[in-house]
Each structure stands twice: as structure tokens, then as C-alpha cells.
Design a protein around this ligand. Structure first.
Ligand SMILES: Nc1nc2c(ncn2[C@@H]2O[C@H](COP(=O)(O)OP(=O)(O)OP(=O)(O)O)[C@@H](O)[C@H]2O)c(=O)[nH]1
Ligand SMILES: [Mg+2]
Length: 332
């Protein structure tokens, strides 16, 4: 750390720092650079990650996590921007994580997100951050909960997580939220696609955005028809369907009301706790598997795996016995 404590040198040192206690203290005090730096450490899988996780553990569960998913261009960022406005009006501190799954579908999404969320760029009660899963073992399912925890540590009451719903990984990320919104737009065949992608199961609230376009009524009907077909026990949540024109800020109050309603239901049925425990289980599993993978990788460089492989190849032992042997050597 620099001896001279001018604002510029402090900024520079925060941006490169691995001093976890200092970064967490500053993030707690609301320093956006410390928040950004901690998320970078989480995202890159830095070696101080376990330290970051330990320092942030006490703040787990403080924020309401709302996921927004849906096809590219359906209006997730525009809706997020408007929801941030509504939540700020209620006095909440808000964090936004825009997840870029690095698929060819989302080229330029990060820039687009910045543009569409820039209304809040100078608001100290809002943290907006894009994250990429590029080259991250265990990927977003490992990094996203930690990034949420950074934002919880920084005092966010609500964290909005935007992911493009194009594949299983994104469905998994969306299922990390307390409440998941699935956005659809008229005339995109989205309703059918939602069923195919397994998105129907994860949606707590369907938002038919771009309701200024033809076909909004038909899309709402399709979704309601599909919801009606689903089997539900008494007291189970029935997904809500709301329409919006995010580009004009219309329908945002209805979305916020649906989120509130779902939140009430979660709390009344003990489901909030159940979801969060399921989320923690997935997180621990992802970390454990990542660690195991690393250890097996290093075994490959040693003698154990080649020795076992030779035996399997010549038929001396079977591959299951060899795998059990390998795990035993790891103490797993
Ligand atoms: N007509 C209409 N256009 C909208 C509406 N909401 C958003 N848009 C426009 O749709 C385009 C895509 O909006 P985004 O909010 O970036 O969509 P996104 O889902 O975040 O897109 P990706 O992050 O790239 O997947 C933009 O040009 C918006 O202005 C709406 O309600 N009606
Ligand atoms: Mg977007």
C-alpha cells in the first residue's frame, strides 16, 4: 500500500488490492471500488476467494435475490433498469448482476447493459456489475452466489440477477434466486421455447414484455394455458403473469407487486429457507467438485493415474475399481 493517502493512490490500491479485510471493510462502508474489486476476485477465482467467502459469510441472506431471465433482446436490461428505479423509490439499496454466459448470443451484451442501465450510474445506492463465466471452472453456479454475497455485504436490500435464458447453465443461475422472473415477448414463439428449455418450471412470475406489440394477448393466453395444465398441490405457488412495456416504464409496478406477493408466499410457507438451503447445497457441491477436479488433475501428472490406467488398459482391473482406488488415494 502506498504511504501517501491521496484519493488517487487509495483508488489505485483498492483496484489492485488483495487485502481482503480492508476491501470488505470498505465495501461495508459503501465504497463502490471495493465492491467492484471483490467481485473481480470472486469472478476470476482468485486464490484469496476462500478468504473473501469467509469474510462475507456473516452477511449471507440479507438481500432478496430476484432473477430475470429470457431470450436475447426480450427486454431484461430495460426491465431491470425500471425495477431499480421502483426499488430506489422505496428507499432500497440495489445491486445488479448482469451475467454474460459468453455465448455467441450475447455479443456486446455488456455494453448494451451499461447503456440501458446508465440511468443509475451515478446513484450511490446502486451497484451495477456485469460478470462473465469465461474460463471459470464450476462457472457461474460457483461465482454468482459469492458475488451476491459481496453485494449483501455492501448493504444491498435487493439483488437483481440478469441472465440470458439460452441454456441449462442459465436456468441453473436463475434457479439461484429467491424469485425468478421469466420474460417473454409477443410473437417470438417464446412460450413454446420456454417449455422446451425447462424454463416453465423455474418461473415464479412470467412477464410478457413488449406488450405494445401485436400478439401480446395471445402470448398471455398461451402462458396461462400452460400454467393451468401444471399440477399443483393446495397452497402451492401459482406463477403470476404480468404484462409490461419496459421501454415506457409501464407495468413495472405490477411486476414489483408480483415479486412482493411471491416473497410473502415464500416466507409464509418456509420456502425461502428451503430455497436458500438448496442454493447453499448447490454452492458447496460446486466448490467441492471443483476442488476434487483440481486434485485429480494433479494426480494425472503424478504416477497414480498412469499406473491405474495401464492396469485398466491391460484388463487387470476394471475402470470402476480404478476410479474407487483413485478417490481413496485422494482421501475422498
Ligand atoms: N417495443 C418495445 N421495445 C422494448 C421494450 N422493452 C425493451 N425494448 C427494446 O428491446 C431492445 C432490447 O432490450 P434489452 O433490455 O437490452 O433486452 P435484453 O433482454 O436485456 O437483451 P440481452 O441482454 O441482449 O439478452 C432494446 O432496443 C429496448 O429498447 C418494450 O416494452 N417495447
Ligand atoms: Mg441485457
Amino acid at each position: 500500500m502506498s504511504e501517501k493517502n491521496t484519493p488517487a493512490t487509495v483508488t489505485a490500491s483498492v483496484r489492485r488490492s488483495r487485502d481482503v479485510p480492508m476491501l470488505v471493510e470498505r465495501a461495508r462502508a459503501g465504497d463502490p471500488r471495493a465492491v467492484a474489486r471483490l467481485i473481480t476476485l470472486v469472478e476470476s477465482g482468485d486464490e484469496v476467494l476462500p478468504q473473501v467467502a469467509a469474510a462475507l459469510a456473516p452477511y449471507a441472506g440479507h438481500a432478496q435475490v430476484v432473477g430475470l431471465t429470457g431470450s436475447p433482446g426480450v427486454g431484461k436490461s430495460t426491465t431491470t433498469n425500471e425495477l431499480v428505479r421502483a426499488l430506489r423509490a422505496r428507499g432500497h439499496r440495489v445491486g445488479v448482476l448482469a451475467i454474460d454466459p459468453s455465448s455467441p448470443f450475447t455479443g456486446g451484451a455488456i455494453l448494451g447493459d451499461r447503456v440501458r442501465m446508465q440511468d443509475h450510474a451515478t446513484d450511490p445506492g446502486v451497484y451495477i456489475r456485469s460478470m462473465s463465466s469465461r474460463g471459470h471452472l464450476g462457472g457461474l453456479s460457483a461465482a454468482t452466489p459469492q458475488a451476491v454475497r459481496v453485494l449483501e455485504g455492501a448493504g444491498c436490500d435487493v439483488v437483481l440477477v440478469e441472465t440470458v435464458g439460452v441454456g441449462q447453465a442459465e436456468v441453473e443461475v436463475a434457479s439461484l434466486a429467491d424469485t425468478t422472473l421469466v420474460l417473454l415477448a409477443p410473437g417470438m414463439g417464446d412460450a413454446i421455447q420456454a417449455v422446451k428449455a425447462g424454463i416453465l418450471e423455474i418461473a415464479d412470475v412470467f412477464v410478457v414484455n413488449k406488450a405494445d406489440r401485436d400478439g401480446a394477448d395471445a402470448t398471455v393466453r398461451d402462458i396461462q394455458g400452460m400454467i393451468a395444465l401444471g399440477e399443483r398441490g393446495p397452497g402451492e405457488w401459482r406463477p403470476q403473469v404480468v404484462r409490461s412495456i419496459a421501454a415506457r416504464g409501464e407495468g413495472i409496478d405490477d411486476i414489483a407487486a408480483a415479486i412482493d406477493k411471491h416473497r410473502d408466499w415464500l416466507e409464509r410457507h418456509g420456502e425461502l429457507r428451503r430455497r436458500r438451503e438448496a442454493r447453499a447445497a448447490a454452492e458447496v457441491e460446486a466448490i467441492a467438485l471443483g476442488t476434487l477436479r483440481d486434485r485429480i488433475g494433479s494426480l494425472r501428472d503424478g504416477t497414480q493415474l498412469p499406473t491405474l490406467a495401464a492396469k485398466v488398459a491391460e484388463g487387470a482391473i476394471d475402470p470402476y475399481a480404478a476410479a474407487a482406488d483413485l478417490l481413496a488415494q485422494l482421501g475422498a
